[in-house]
Design a protein around this ligand. Structure first.
Ligand code: NAD
Ligand code: LMR
Length: 340
């Protein structure tokens, strides 16, 4: 059993995030040191040479766990037997493009890819959408793969936002990032998201809010820092990276995508994490939307499970509702295109 490779498909295999992902996956960072992998890289014709070049480099690494690399521009070949699909390739927003144009262009990618996954992927495939607008692209792909693949196999990446939130807290509190547990990203992978520390704790069970109050000079100062600095900084970190680097996040995005799939496959060990999953109505989020929620995985092959029953005060409910409104508007725009 251990020698049977797991097929991992990466779309956008000739792009930046694809390049940052594939070497770590081949090195064993995704599924652990005992699980060999077969990589399938999907590209559009213009991206094929870049993906083929990356495949040559993979060969030159002589990774012991890497059994095969295929590069293709045919979704049916790319997703054939896929157990894990990381949908990274997407149509970026370009000058003059309205949000509706962006949704339409991406529906033209994620609809056919969802159908291909439904047709040929492993029946227990797990899909994470990275390409933006990630939540709604996942909604489109999930709807297009149904009924062959249950929609709950589709998720979108908000682990990058989660990790960003942890990174900010670690810096302010002066503690290692690994000591901060139970942060939550609620909502959309966009500037409306709600990074929430109300349930977050340190290893001795001290609430992060209490530690912030101590560090920043009282509860009011901590609340002001959370609302005026922390939340906007995390929610707009993607734009900050673009401004400083000159292009969008790559290694941190790939790292988060690996964290997302690894924890889903092998289990969350340190409290919960955040992932955009298909809502079943938890926390009043309309059923079927792909919304970031607090999740755990037992590593039992059943994927992420939503942590239910957390108390949200009025402030938190209002912030979640604002992000959900945006997800509803994206879904309605896609419906108006006749895609869903
Ligand atoms: P990139 O432009 O470097 O690479 C994208 C690749 O996808 C290109 O090589 C392109 O040819 C390919 N592609 C386009 N359409 C395709 C299709 N139909 N099938 C297969 N491949 C296709 O971009 P990148 O930096 O790798 O970013 C990829 C996406 O990830 C973008 O949408 C970006 O906004 C998004 N992103 C998401 C997060 C997140 O946290 N969810 C974080 C960072 C970036
Ligand atoms: C990110 O969060 O870094 C990406 O989604 C890029 C962006 O446009 O914000």
């Amino acid at each position: 059993m251990a020698s049977e490779p797991t097929t991992v498909t990466i779309t956008g295999g000739g792009g930046q995030i694809g390049y940052a992902l594939m070497f770590r996956i081949a090195a064993g960072d995704l599924l652990g040191p005992g699980r060999p992998v077969r990589l399938r890289l999907l590209e559009i014709p213009q991206g094929m040479r870049a993906a083929e070049g990356a495949a040559l480099e993979l060969q030159d690494c002589a990774f012991p766990l890497l059994r095969e690399v295929d590069v293709t521009d045919d979704p049916l070949t790319a997703f054939n037997g896929a157990r894990i699909a990381m949908l990274v390739g997407a149509r970026p927003r370009t000058a003059g493009m309205e949000r509706g144009d962006l949704l339409a262009a991406n529906a033209g990618i994620f609809g056919p890819q969802g159908r291909a996954i439904g047709a040929v992927a492993d029946e227990d495939v797990r899909v994470v959408v990275v390409g933006n607008p990630a939540n709604t692209n996942a909604l489109i792909a999930a709807a297009s793969a149904a009924p062959d693949i249950p929609t709950d196999r589709f998720t979108a990446l908000t682990r990058l936002d989660h990790n960003r939130a942890v990174g900010q807290l670690a810096e302010v509190l002066g503690v290692p990032a690994g000591e901060i547990a139970d942060v939550i990203i609620w909502g959309n992978h966009s500037a409306t998201q709600f990074p929430d520390v109300d349930h977050a704790i340190l290893p001795d069970a001290t609430p992060v809010r209490e530690a912030l109050a101590e560090r920043l000079g009282g509860e009011a100062a901590a609340a002001a820092w959370l609302d005026d600095t922390f939340i906007p900084r995390v929610a707009k970190r993607g734009a900050e990276i673009i401004e400083v680097r000159g292009s969008s996040s790559v290694a941190s995005a790939a790292n988060a995508a690996i964290d997302h799939v690894r924890d889903e496959q092998l289990g969350t060990h340190n409290g919960w994490t955040s992932a955009a999953v298909v809502s079943r109505g938890e926390y009043g989020v309309p059923e079927g939307l792909v919304c970031s929620l607090p999740v755990v995985s037992r590593g039992d092959g059943k994927g992420y499970r939503v942590i239910e029953g957390l108390h949200l005060d009025d402030r938190a409910r209002g912030r979640l509702a604002a992000s959900v409104d945006e997800l509803v508007a994206e879904r309605d725009a896609v419906r108006a295109l006749g895609v869903l």
